[in-house]
Design a protein. Structure first.
Length: 62
């Protein structure tokens, strides 16, 4: 996909489906996050995968 097509076809999701993301998709996402470039290759970032519904609601409410 070229950059112009990506910009023209972008969208904002505001209504999410209430279902779990399959574990194999989460694994691919983690792999992509690990390999994604970072400023100065510092890898100074953290990612959290929250599965507990109570914690998700608490985060969303804050």
């Amino acid at each position: 996909m070229d950059i112009l097509m990506a910009v023209k076809e972008r969208r904002s999701i505001r209504d999410f489906q209430n279902r779990e993301i399959p574990e194999e998709i989460v694994d691919k996402l983690i792999d992509a996050l690990i390999w994604a470039p970072s400023a100065g290759n510092l890898q100074a970032r953290k990612f959290y995968f929250i599965k507990d519904e109570r914690i998700k609601k608490k985060i969303a409410a804050s």
